[in-house]
Design a protein around this ligand. Structure first.
Ligand SMILES: Cc1cc2nc3c(=O)[nH]c(=O)nc-3n(C[C@H](O)[C@H](O)[C@H](O)COP(=O)(O)OP(=O)(O)OC[C@H]3O[C@@H](n4cnc5c(N)ncnc54)[C@H](O)[C@@H]3O)c2cc1C
Length: 422
């Protein structure tokens, strides 16, 4: 790290704040476009969040076409149009290949490094930036970004300030703050006149009113369907896996559902279908058959054929029955209640888990105040934004990193054009 007096006295071309996916991409592209770039990262190493992405394997992008990409962006997708089209998933994978990290495509078009190591992605960028002459300053936290004559003064938390013609803010959001994303960029944006929209977690577990999921903490259900309805409108309907937790529900289906939830949770009815392959009539026929074959047994012996053994007793109680209830004493109405709950067990969502546990931040720098064709602030010329600090987020599948890479590339190239234009 070198942020000594030499740097402080000179006016730099471009300072990139944040050495995550967006910042590293911005720095690299700006340097390739001819700018002299200094990247400031407060951590002791680059890309701390990248290390934990995709469970350490880094789902680096998604190899779908642009139309499908935008379907995975629930908010402000239009704002990303230029960025994503000018730097596509193919651009991400060819850039990584050029920097020595080959990728492979898996289920659902998810792209990972061939090595299955997220660290190879960060290493590729570090190598690229070194070769391109980017000056990387680690352990260097920025505390303020102020406009001044001819550019910006970037104050450092450790004292002193650097000066640059242009600045890219790529400080990430508020999720997983231990990786360095503690929301500093929102303060920098506000200091420069920007609006920051309300910040909450997306792609996160949901808290629910019912108490019974806590009894099943740690149990995951595979091949189930979770759907959500808002009035007559279906807002989510997917098959997959979910998990019961100490706070409510989580797992892939629920995490995905969280990004579809409106601000008012009370307007949404969520339901769990444990037999998605069967119609309600088929479920009832199956129950009739099982009951006929097990007349002298207890309900628990049939439930064990329909769900994980741990869930049986809890489920029986939800149907108003005891797991010890003899099958031959179960009434038609009670059988109907079992069938109903197998197909549509209600879950009343009360909220999301804290933003710190979320995969991404929902909300951020108001995109109407940023030029979508350049990522430059409409309020403070020379100030650029990239990545999660912006009010954009997407579903799981590599889309959030693609957003970071696309906005990073556009911000970097535009910033280079801005500083080298005269
Ligand atoms: C557990 C987990 C798994 C994920 N898996 C995937 C996945 O597989 N695929 C996918 O597409 N997305 C995934 N995501 C989301 C994705 O990681 C983020 O959307 C993406 O990393 C955002 O990149 P960014 O560069 O905008 O922000 P960040 O990666 O958060 O980088 C911001 C950087 O700025 C630095 N910084 C912050 N403030 C300052 C300051 N004041 N001074 C200097 N430096 C500062 C931080 O230290 C940090 O290094 C995952 C997220 C999590 C939490």
């Amino acid at each position: 790290m070198n942020t000594g007096s030499m740097l402080e006295k000179t006016r730099l071309d471009l300072i990139v704040i944040g050495g995550g996916a967006a910042g590293m991409m911005a720095a690299l592209q700006a340097a390739w476009a001819g700018a002299q770039v200094t990247l400031l990262e407060k951590n002791e190493k680059l890309g701390k969040k990248i290390y934990i992405t995709g469970k350490g394997r880094c789902n680096v992008t998604n190899a779908c076409d642009a139309e499908d990409f935008f379907k995975q962006v629930p908010r402000n997708g239009k704002f990303l149009n230029a960025a994503v089209r000018q730097f596509t998933h193919e651009d991400v994978t060819s850039l990584l290949a050029m920097l020595g990290t080959q990728t492979k495509v898996e289920r659902g078009n998810r792209v990972f490094p061939v090595s299955d190591k997220a660290s190879d992605v960060t290493r590729a960028f570090a190598r690229g930036m070194k070769d391109a002459g980017v000056q990387v300053c680690l352990n260097t936290a920025v505390s303020r970004v102020e406009q001044e004559d001819g550019g910006f003064a970037v104050a450092l938390a450790g004292g002193g300030a650097l000066h640059a013609k242009a600045v890219v803010i790529a400080t990430g959001g508020l999720s997983y703050p231990s990786t360095g994303s503690t929301g500093d960029g929102y303060a920098f944006a506000r200091e420069n006149g920007h609006t920051v929209t309300p910040l909450t977690g997306s792609l996160v577990g949901l808290t629910i009113e019912e108490k019974w999921p806590k009894l099943l903490m740690g149990l995951s259900l595979k091949n189930v369907r979770v759907s959500a309805q808002m009035g007559k409108r279906k807002i989510y309907d997917e098959l997959g896996e979910m998990l019961f937790t100490h706070f409510g529900v989580s797992g892939p289906l629920i995490i995905e559902l969280s990004s579809h939830m409106p601000e008012d949770f009370s307007a949404v009815q969520v339901s769990l279908d444990m037999k998605p392959g069967l119609t309600p009539e088929q479920v009832d026929l199956r129950l009739q058959r099982e009951f006929a074959e097990n007349v002298r047994k207890q309900l628990s012996s049939v439930l064990v054929t329909l769900m994980p053994a741990r869930m049986g007793p809890v489920f029986a109680q939800l149907c108003g029955l005891s797991p010890e209830q003899m099958i031959n004493q179960i009434t038609r109405e009670q059988r109907a209640a079992i069938a109903r709950n197998l197909k549509a067990l209600p879950l009343r969502v009360t909220g999301t888990r804290p933003i710190e546990e979320a995969i991404v931040t929902r909300g951020g720098v108001e995109v109407r105040e940023v030029n979508p064709g350049t990522m430059m602030s409409k309020l403070a010329p020379g100030l650029f934004f990239a990545g999660e600090v912006l009010d954009v987020d997407a579903h799981t599948g590599g889309f959030n990193l693609q957003i970071a890479f696309s906005t990073g590339a556009l911000a970097g190239r535009s910033a280079a054009a801005y500083v080298t234009e005269d």
